[in-house]
Design a protein around this ligand. Structure first.
Ligand SMILES: Cc1cc2nc3c(=O)[nH]c(=O)nc-3n(C[C@H](O)[C@H](O)[C@H](O)COP(=O)(O)OP(=O)(O)OC[C@H]3O[C@@H](n4cnc5c(N)ncnc54)[C@H](O)[C@@H]3O)c2cc1C
Length: 378
Protein backbone atom coordinates (compact mmCIF):
# COMPACT_ATOMS: atom_id res chain seq x y z
CA UNK A 1 0.00 0.00 0.00
CA UNK A 2 1.50 3.33 -1.03
CA UNK A 3 -0.60 5.68 1.11
CA UNK A 4 -0.26 5.49 4.90
CA UNK A 5 -3.58 3.98 6.04
CA UNK A 6 -5.58 5.72 8.73
CA UNK A 7 -6.95 3.32 11.35
CA UNK A 8 -9.43 4.21 14.08
CA UNK A 9 -9.22 2.01 17.18
CA UNK A 10 -12.21 2.19 19.51
CA UNK A 11 -11.41 1.21 23.10
CA UNK A 12 -8.13 1.84 24.96
CA UNK A 13 -8.22 -1.19 27.26
CA UNK A 14 -5.77 -4.09 27.22
CA UNK A 15 -6.73 -5.11 23.70
CA UNK A 16 -7.32 -1.73 22.02
CA UNK A 17 -4.40 0.16 23.56
CA UNK A 18 -1.80 -2.38 22.51
CA UNK A 19 -3.43 -2.79 19.08
CA UNK A 20 -3.22 0.96 18.51
CA UNK A 21 0.46 0.96 19.48
CA UNK A 22 1.36 -1.91 17.15
CA UNK A 23 -0.64 -0.45 14.26
CA UNK A 24 1.39 2.72 14.67
CA UNK A 25 4.62 0.76 14.65
CA UNK A 26 3.56 -0.96 11.43
CA UNK A 27 3.27 2.42 9.76
CA UNK A 28 -0.42 3.34 10.10
CA UNK A 29 -1.80 6.69 11.21
CA UNK A 30 -3.84 5.78 14.26
CA UNK A 31 -6.63 7.54 16.13
CA UNK A 32 -7.47 5.86 19.43
CA UNK A 33 -10.84 6.61 21.02
CA UNK A 34 -12.15 5.79 24.46
CA UNK A 35 -15.38 6.87 26.11
CA UNK A 36 -13.83 7.14 29.60
CA UNK A 37 -10.10 6.55 29.26
CA UNK A 38 -7.66 3.63 29.34
CA UNK A 39 -8.16 1.25 32.27
CA UNK A 40 -11.06 3.37 33.57
CA UNK A 41 -13.11 2.12 36.53
CA UNK A 42 -15.85 0.67 34.31
CA UNK A 43 -13.47 -1.08 31.92
CA UNK A 44 -12.58 -4.76 32.29
CA UNK A 45 -8.94 -3.64 32.30
CA UNK A 46 -9.52 -1.34 35.31
CA UNK A 47 -8.30 -2.02 38.83
CA UNK A 48 -4.88 -2.66 40.30
CA UNK A 49 -3.62 -6.05 39.18
CA UNK A 50 -4.05 -8.97 36.79
CA UNK A 51 -2.45 -12.41 36.81
CA UNK A 52 -0.06 -13.48 34.07
CA UNK A 53 0.26 -17.25 33.66
CA UNK A 54 0.77 -19.68 30.82
CA UNK A 55 -1.06 -22.73 32.21
CA UNK A 56 -4.11 -23.10 30.01
CA UNK A 57 -4.98 -26.79 30.12
CA UNK A 58 -4.93 -28.11 26.55
CA UNK A 59 -5.53 -24.68 24.98
CA UNK A 60 -2.14 -24.33 23.41
CA UNK A 61 -2.95 -21.14 21.56
CA UNK A 62 -3.16 -19.22 24.86
CA UNK A 63 -0.02 -20.76 26.34
CA UNK A 64 1.88 -19.57 23.28
CA UNK A 65 0.18 -16.18 23.30
CA UNK A 66 0.96 -15.76 27.02
CA UNK A 67 4.62 -16.68 26.45
CA UNK A 68 4.86 -14.12 23.65
CA UNK A 69 3.03 -11.53 25.76
CA UNK A 70 5.40 -12.05 28.67
CA UNK A 71 8.39 -11.32 26.43
CA UNK A 72 6.65 -8.17 25.21
CA UNK A 73 5.70 -7.01 28.73
CA UNK A 74 9.34 -7.35 29.73
CA UNK A 75 10.53 -5.55 26.61
CA UNK A 76 8.21 -2.63 27.28
CA UNK A 77 9.23 -2.39 30.91
CA UNK A 78 12.78 -1.86 29.69
CA UNK A 79 11.71 0.51 26.92
CA UNK A 80 9.52 2.64 29.20
CA UNK A 81 11.71 2.25 32.30
CA UNK A 82 8.84 1.38 34.63
CA UNK A 83 7.64 -1.75 36.37
CA UNK A 84 4.47 -3.27 34.96
CA UNK A 85 5.22 -6.95 35.59
CA UNK A 86 6.00 -8.54 38.95
CA UNK A 87 7.59 -11.94 38.25
CA UNK A 88 6.79 -13.55 41.57
CA UNK A 89 5.65 -16.84 40.05
CA UNK A 90 2.24 -18.50 39.87
CA UNK A 91 1.34 -21.54 41.94
CA UNK A 92 -1.46 -23.77 40.58
CA UNK A 93 -2.92 -25.90 43.34
CA UNK A 94 -4.45 -29.05 41.92
CA UNK A 95 -7.21 -30.79 43.82
CA UNK A 96 -9.48 -33.61 42.60
CA UNK A 97 -9.92 -32.99 38.90
CA UNK A 98 -6.45 -32.78 37.46
CA UNK A 99 -7.28 -33.10 33.74
CA UNK A 100 -6.74 -29.43 33.05
CA UNK A 101 -3.30 -29.30 34.65
CA UNK A 102 -2.20 -32.68 33.28
CA UNK A 103 -3.11 -31.48 29.80
CA UNK A 104 -1.17 -28.27 30.39
CA UNK A 105 2.16 -29.94 31.16
CA UNK A 106 3.22 -31.00 27.63
CA UNK A 107 1.94 -27.71 26.24
CA UNK A 108 4.01 -25.72 28.73
CA UNK A 109 7.06 -27.82 27.89
CA UNK A 110 6.60 -27.34 24.13
CA UNK A 111 6.22 -23.59 24.56
CA UNK A 112 9.43 -23.39 26.60
CA UNK A 113 7.67 -22.13 29.74
CA UNK A 114 9.76 -22.66 32.89
CA UNK A 115 7.85 -24.55 35.55
CA UNK A 116 8.17 -27.09 38.33
CA UNK A 117 5.82 -29.83 39.45
CA UNK A 118 5.50 -29.91 43.24
CA UNK A 119 3.82 -32.38 45.55
CA UNK A 120 1.41 -31.09 48.20
CA UNK A 121 4.10 -31.77 50.81
CA UNK A 122 6.63 -29.73 48.86
CA UNK A 123 4.19 -26.83 48.63
CA UNK A 124 3.68 -26.99 52.41
CA UNK A 125 7.40 -27.00 52.99
CA UNK A 126 7.99 -24.06 50.69
CA UNK A 127 4.93 -22.04 51.72
CA UNK A 128 3.88 -22.95 55.27
CA UNK A 129 1.38 -20.04 55.12
CA UNK A 130 -0.74 -22.19 52.78
CA UNK A 131 -2.93 -24.94 54.18
CA UNK A 132 -2.45 -27.67 51.56
CA UNK A 133 -5.43 -29.80 52.61
CA UNK A 134 -6.92 -31.41 49.46
CA UNK A 135 -3.97 -30.25 47.33
CA UNK A 136 -2.64 -33.27 45.45
CA UNK A 137 0.08 -31.54 43.52
CA UNK A 138 0.93 -28.16 42.04
CA UNK A 139 2.47 -26.43 39.06
CA UNK A 140 4.80 -23.56 39.87
CA UNK A 141 5.29 -21.25 36.90
CA UNK A 142 8.49 -19.41 37.65
CA UNK A 143 7.96 -16.58 35.17
CA UNK A 144 4.32 -16.07 36.01
CA UNK A 145 3.24 -13.28 38.30
CA UNK A 146 1.07 -10.22 38.06
CA UNK A 147 0.74 -7.06 36.02
CA UNK A 148 -0.33 -3.63 37.16
CA UNK A 149 -3.62 -3.27 35.29
CA UNK A 150 -4.88 0.29 34.99
CA UNK A 151 -1.35 1.69 35.27
CA UNK A 152 -0.22 -0.51 32.40
CA UNK A 153 -3.11 0.80 30.26
CA UNK A 154 -2.01 4.35 31.06
CA UNK A 155 1.61 3.45 30.18
CA UNK A 156 0.50 2.05 26.82
CA UNK A 157 -1.35 5.29 26.05
CA UNK A 158 1.70 7.30 27.02
CA UNK A 159 3.89 5.15 24.76
CA UNK A 160 1.35 5.46 21.94
CA UNK A 161 1.30 9.27 22.20
CA UNK A 162 5.10 9.44 22.40
CA UNK A 163 5.35 7.44 19.18
CA UNK A 164 2.98 9.79 17.35
CA UNK A 165 -0.50 8.38 17.93
CA UNK A 166 -3.62 10.53 18.38
CA UNK A 167 -5.96 9.91 21.31
CA UNK A 168 -9.44 11.37 21.76
CA UNK A 169 -11.69 10.80 24.74
CA UNK A 170 -15.00 10.38 22.96
CA UNK A 171 -17.58 7.62 22.65
CA UNK A 172 -18.70 5.96 19.44
CA UNK A 173 -22.49 5.88 19.26
CA UNK A 174 -23.94 2.37 19.58
CA UNK A 175 -25.38 0.27 16.79
CA UNK A 176 -22.64 0.84 14.23
CA UNK A 177 -24.00 -0.08 10.79
CA UNK A 178 -21.80 -0.85 7.78
CA UNK A 179 -23.17 -0.21 4.28
CA UNK A 180 -22.20 -1.80 0.98
CA UNK A 181 -19.69 -4.20 2.55
CA UNK A 182 -17.69 -1.47 4.30
CA UNK A 183 -17.90 0.78 7.31
CA UNK A 184 -18.11 4.39 6.10
CA UNK A 185 -17.45 6.10 9.44
CA UNK A 186 -18.42 6.29 13.09
CA UNK A 187 -20.61 8.86 14.83
CA UNK A 188 -19.07 10.26 17.99
CA UNK A 189 -20.57 11.53 21.23
CA UNK A 190 -19.78 15.14 20.24
CA UNK A 191 -22.01 14.76 17.17
CA UNK A 192 -19.17 14.59 14.64
CA UNK A 193 -18.40 11.74 12.26
CA UNK A 194 -14.95 10.20 12.04
CA UNK A 195 -13.90 8.37 8.90
CA UNK A 196 -10.84 6.19 8.33
CA UNK A 197 -9.57 3.47 6.01
CA UNK A 198 -9.94 0.76 8.64
CA UNK A 199 -11.48 0.35 12.06
CA UNK A 200 -10.78 -1.84 15.07
CA UNK A 201 -13.43 -2.14 17.77
CA UNK A 202 -11.93 -3.38 21.04
CA UNK A 203 -14.81 -2.36 23.26
CA UNK A 204 -14.66 -5.06 25.92
CA UNK A 205 -18.08 -5.75 27.48
CA UNK A 206 -19.66 -3.07 25.26
CA UNK A 207 -18.89 -4.87 22.00
CA UNK A 208 -22.39 -6.37 21.78
CA UNK A 209 -24.12 -3.00 22.21
CA UNK A 210 -22.08 -1.51 19.38
CA UNK A 211 -22.85 -4.46 17.13
CA UNK A 212 -26.18 -5.98 18.17
CA UNK A 213 -26.31 -8.18 15.07
CA UNK A 214 -22.69 -9.18 14.52
CA UNK A 215 -21.94 -9.71 18.23
CA UNK A 216 -25.06 -9.21 20.41
CA UNK A 217 -25.01 -11.59 23.34
CA UNK A 218 -22.01 -13.47 22.03
CA UNK A 219 -20.17 -11.19 24.44
CA UNK A 220 -21.93 -11.28 27.81
CA UNK A 221 -20.84 -9.23 30.80
CA UNK A 222 -20.93 -10.96 34.19
CA UNK A 223 -20.46 -9.39 37.60
CA UNK A 224 -17.14 -10.35 39.25
CA UNK A 225 -15.83 -9.29 42.64
CA UNK A 226 -12.38 -8.95 44.11
CA UNK A 227 -11.59 -8.50 47.81
CA UNK A 228 -8.44 -7.11 49.42
CA UNK A 229 -7.75 -8.17 53.00
CA UNK A 230 -5.43 -6.67 55.59
CA UNK A 231 -2.44 -8.66 56.88
CA UNK A 232 -1.23 -8.45 60.50
CA UNK A 233 1.05 -5.45 61.25
CA UNK A 234 4.67 -6.06 60.25
CA UNK A 235 3.89 -9.60 59.04
CA UNK A 236 5.61 -10.23 55.68
CA UNK A 237 4.41 -13.82 55.23
CA UNK A 238 1.56 -12.72 52.98
CA UNK A 239 3.35 -10.20 50.79
CA UNK A 240 4.87 -10.73 47.37
CA UNK A 241 8.32 -11.28 48.88
CA UNK A 242 7.07 -14.47 50.53
CA UNK A 243 4.29 -15.80 48.32
CA UNK A 244 3.59 -16.18 44.60
CA UNK A 245 0.29 -15.57 42.88
CA UNK A 246 -1.88 -18.64 43.43
CA UNK A 247 -4.66 -20.29 41.46
CA UNK A 248 -6.71 -22.85 43.37
CA UNK A 249 -8.43 -25.16 40.94
CA UNK A 250 -10.78 -26.87 43.37
CA UNK A 251 -14.57 -27.15 43.31
CA UNK A 252 -14.58 -23.35 42.86
CA UNK A 253 -11.76 -21.68 40.97
CA UNK A 254 -10.39 -19.20 43.51
CA UNK A 255 -7.25 -17.20 42.86
CA UNK A 256 -5.37 -14.27 44.26
CA UNK A 257 -2.35 -12.10 44.55
CA UNK A 258 -0.38 -11.56 47.77
CA UNK A 259 -0.26 -8.02 49.15
CA UNK A 260 1.15 -6.12 46.18
CA UNK A 261 3.03 -2.87 46.63
CA UNK A 262 1.76 -2.58 50.20
CA UNK A 263 -1.86 -3.09 49.25
CA UNK A 264 -4.22 -5.78 50.52
CA UNK A 265 -4.13 -9.53 49.99
CA UNK A 266 -6.34 -10.11 46.96
CA UNK A 267 -8.86 -12.95 46.79
CA UNK A 268 -11.15 -13.47 43.80
CA UNK A 269 -13.60 -16.08 42.59
CA UNK A 270 -13.49 -17.00 38.90
CA UNK A 271 -17.06 -18.39 38.96
CA UNK A 272 -19.18 -16.38 36.53
CA UNK A 273 -21.55 -14.06 38.38
CA UNK A 274 -24.93 -12.73 37.22
CA UNK A 275 -25.34 -10.53 34.14
CA UNK A 276 -23.99 -7.02 34.67
CA UNK A 277 -24.49 -3.66 32.95
CA UNK A 278 -20.98 -2.22 32.48
CA UNK A 279 -22.26 1.35 32.00
CA UNK A 280 -25.04 1.75 34.58
CA UNK A 281 -24.32 -1.09 37.00
CA UNK A 282 -23.58 -0.01 40.58
CA UNK A 283 -20.38 -1.53 41.89
CA UNK A 284 -21.23 -2.29 45.48
CA UNK A 285 -19.67 -5.56 46.68
CA UNK A 286 -22.14 -8.25 47.79
CA UNK A 287 -22.27 -9.92 51.21
CA UNK A 288 -22.46 -13.42 49.74
CA UNK A 289 -19.33 -13.01 47.62
CA UNK A 290 -17.51 -11.45 50.57
CA UNK A 291 -18.43 -14.41 52.78
CA UNK A 292 -17.18 -16.84 50.12
CA UNK A 293 -13.86 -14.99 50.03
CA UNK A 294 -13.62 -14.92 53.84
CA UNK A 295 -14.38 -18.64 54.16
CA UNK A 296 -11.82 -19.46 51.50
CA UNK A 297 -9.19 -17.29 53.15
CA UNK A 298 -9.74 -18.89 56.56
CA UNK A 299 -9.39 -22.36 55.03
CA UNK A 300 -6.45 -21.90 52.66
CA UNK A 301 -4.51 -19.18 54.51
CA UNK A 302 -5.35 -19.82 58.20
CA UNK A 303 -3.03 -17.03 59.32
CA UNK A 304 -5.45 -14.60 57.69
CA UNK A 305 -8.63 -15.93 59.28
CA UNK A 306 -10.75 -12.97 60.36
CA UNK A 307 -8.54 -10.51 58.43
CA UNK A 308 -10.28 -7.16 57.90
CA UNK A 309 -11.53 -6.20 54.46
CA UNK A 310 -9.53 -3.19 53.23
CA UNK A 311 -10.96 -2.71 49.74
CA UNK A 312 -13.29 -4.40 47.28
CA UNK A 313 -13.96 -4.03 43.55
CA UNK A 314 -16.82 -5.02 41.33
CA UNK A 315 -15.71 -5.58 37.75
CA UNK A 316 -17.11 -7.58 34.85
CA UNK A 317 -15.85 -10.33 32.62
CA UNK A 318 -16.73 -9.99 28.94
CA UNK A 319 -17.43 -13.62 28.13
CA UNK A 320 -17.65 -15.32 24.78
CA UNK A 321 -19.66 -18.56 24.87
CA UNK A 322 -16.54 -20.77 24.67
CA UNK A 323 -14.15 -18.37 26.47
CA UNK A 324 -12.07 -18.05 23.32
CA UNK A 325 -11.26 -14.53 22.13
CA UNK A 326 -13.08 -12.97 19.21
CA UNK A 327 -10.65 -11.58 16.64
CA UNK A 328 -12.26 -11.30 13.25
CA UNK A 329 -13.50 -9.01 10.53
CA UNK A 330 -17.03 -7.71 10.85
CA UNK A 331 -19.08 -10.10 8.68
CA UNK A 332 -20.59 -7.17 6.73
CA UNK A 333 -17.59 -4.79 6.65
CA UNK A 334 -14.26 -5.84 5.19
CA UNK A 335 -12.52 -2.80 6.73
CA UNK A 336 -13.75 -3.30 10.32
CA UNK A 337 -12.31 -5.69 12.90
CA UNK A 338 -13.91 -6.87 16.11
CA UNK A 339 -11.60 -7.74 19.00
CA UNK A 340 -12.83 -8.90 22.39
CA UNK A 341 -14.26 -11.76 24.41
CA UNK A 342 -11.35 -11.73 26.88
CA UNK A 343 -13.55 -13.95 29.08
CA UNK A 344 -11.73 -13.32 32.35
CA UNK A 345 -8.27 -14.05 30.98
CA UNK A 346 -7.53 -11.40 28.36
CA UNK A 347 -5.39 -8.84 30.11
CA UNK A 348 -2.05 -10.65 30.16
CA UNK A 349 -2.30 -11.24 26.40
CA UNK A 350 -2.68 -7.53 25.59
CA UNK A 351 0.68 -6.94 23.87
CA UNK A 352 0.57 -10.25 21.96
CA UNK A 353 -3.02 -9.59 20.86
CA UNK A 354 -2.07 -6.07 19.79
CA UNK A 355 0.84 -7.35 17.75
CA UNK A 356 -1.36 -10.01 16.15
CA UNK A 357 -4.28 -7.71 15.33
CA UNK A 358 -1.99 -5.09 13.79
CA UNK A 359 -0.65 -7.79 11.49
CA UNK A 360 -4.12 -8.98 10.54
CA UNK A 361 -5.43 -5.49 9.86
CA UNK A 362 -2.47 -4.19 7.88
CA UNK A 363 -1.02 -7.30 6.26
CA UNK A 364 -4.39 -8.87 5.51
CA UNK A 365 -3.60 -12.18 7.22
CA UNK A 366 -6.49 -14.46 8.22
CA UNK A 367 -7.29 -14.90 11.92
CA UNK A 368 -6.91 -18.27 13.61
CA UNK A 369 -10.15 -20.29 13.24
CA UNK A 370 -10.41 -20.47 17.05
CA UNK A 371 -10.87 -16.68 17.15
CA UNK A 372 -13.31 -16.39 14.26
CA UNK A 373 -16.92 -15.38 14.70
CA UNK A 374 -18.17 -18.17 12.46
CA UNK A 375 -17.39 -20.69 15.22
CA UNK A 376 -20.20 -19.14 17.27
CA UNK A 377 -23.49 -20.02 15.62
CA UNK A 378 -26.25 -17.65 16.73
C1 LIG B 1 -12.18 -8.99 38.16
C2 LIG B 1 -11.41 -9.35 36.94
C3 LIG B 1 -10.26 -10.11 37.07
C4 LIG B 1 -9.55 -10.48 35.94
N1 LIG B 1 -8.39 -11.16 36.10
C5 LIG B 1 -7.60 -11.39 35.04
C6 LIG B 1 -6.31 -11.91 35.25
O1 LIG B 1 -5.91 -12.18 36.37
N2 LIG B 1 -5.51 -12.09 34.15
C7 LIG B 1 -5.93 -11.78 32.89
O2 LIG B 1 -5.16 -11.97 31.94
N3 LIG B 1 -7.16 -11.25 32.68
C8 LIG B 1 -8.00 -11.05 33.72
N4 LIG B 1 -9.22 -10.48 33.55
C9 LIG B 1 -9.73 -10.26 32.20
C10 LIG B 1 -9.15 -9.03 31.55
O3 LIG B 1 -9.01 -7.99 32.50
C11 LIG B 1 -10.02 -8.61 30.37
O4 LIG B 1 -10.27 -9.72 29.51
C12 LIG B 1 -9.35 -7.51 29.57
O5 LIG B 1 -8.91 -6.48 30.41
C13 LIG B 1 -10.32 -6.99 28.53
O6 LIG B 1 -9.73 -5.91 27.87
P1 LIG B 1 -10.52 -5.18 26.69
O7 LIG B 1 -9.59 -4.19 26.13
O8 LIG B 1 -11.13 -6.18 25.78
O9 LIG B 1 -11.77 -4.50 27.42
P2 LIG B 1 -11.85 -3.18 28.33
O10 LIG B 1 -10.72 -3.09 29.26
O11 LIG B 1 -13.22 -3.15 28.92
O12 LIG B 1 -11.68 -2.01 27.32
C14 LIG B 1 -12.72 -1.59 26.47
C15 LIG B 1 -12.64 -0.09 26.37
O13 LIG B 1 -13.57 0.33 25.39
C16 LIG B 1 -14.11 1.56 25.80
N5 LIG B 1 -15.40 1.70 25.11
C17 LIG B 1 -16.46 0.88 25.22
N6 LIG B 1 -17.45 1.30 24.42
C18 LIG B 1 -16.99 2.41 23.79
C19 LIG B 1 -17.54 3.31 22.83
N7 LIG B 1 -18.78 3.15 22.37
N8 LIG B 1 -16.79 4.34 22.40
C20 LIG B 1 -15.52 4.53 22.86
N9 LIG B 1 -14.96 3.72 23.78
C21 LIG B 1 -15.68 2.67 24.23
C22 LIG B 1 -14.23 1.43 27.31
O14 LIG B 1 -14.25 2.69 27.96
C23 LIG B 1 -13.00 0.61 27.66
O15 LIG B 1 -11.92 1.42 28.09
C24 LIG B 1 -9.98 -10.10 34.65
C25 LIG B 1 -11.13 -9.33 34.52
C26 LIG B 1 -11.83 -8.95 35.65
C27 LIG B 1 -13.04 -8.11 35.49
Amino acid sequence: MSKQPHVVVVGAGAFGGWTALYLLRRGARVTLLDAWGPGNSRASSGGETRVIRATYGPREIYTRLAARALALWKEHERRWRRQLYHGIGVLWLVEHDEQYEKAALPVLRDAGVTFEELTGAEVTQRYPQINCAQVRWAIFEKDGGYLTARRACAAVLEGFLAEGGEYRQLAVQPNVLPRGGELQGVTLSDGTTLTADRYVFACGPWLGSLFPDAIGDRVRATRQEEFFFGTPPGDRRFTEEALPVWADHGTRFMYGIPGNEWRGFKVADDTRGPAFDPTGGERLPGQEALQTARDYLAFRFPGLEGAPLLEARVCQYENSPDEHFIIDRHPAAANAWLVGGGSGHGFKHGPAVGELVARLVLAGEAPDPQFRLSRLAK
